[in-house]
Design a protein around this ligand. Structure first.
Ligand SMILES: [Zn+2]
Length: 86
């Protein structure tokens, strides 16, 4: 396994384009704006926590639809995406 690395802007755009799942699907994301590092939205693991295990116990997440997240200029989390494929 290669070490985890940040996704580039291009990869994130590609992920967003390839994310053909239901636009009203619930995802969770940080309340910070995309320009502030909170660019990704995550698949919840069922307990309001990202599947990829990002963030800590004190990290705040908000729930929204994919559509809403995209309007906020957020992209799918590449790590959650990989996890959901396996
Ligand atoms: Zn994630």
């Amino acid at each position: 396994m290669p070490a985890e690395r940040p996704f580039s802007r291009e990869e994130r755009d590609e992920l967003a384009e390839n994310d053909s799942r239901d636009k009203s699907r619930k995802v969770i994301t940080t309340p910070t704006s995309a320009s502030d590092g909170g660019y990704a939205y995550h698949d919840p693991d069922g307990e309001d926590h990202p599947r990829c295990n990002t963030g800590g116990p004190d990290t705040e997440f908000v729930e929204m639809t994919v559509d809403e997240a995209k309007r906020r200029n957020k992209s799918p989390c590449g790590f959650c995406d990989r996890l959901s494929d396996s």
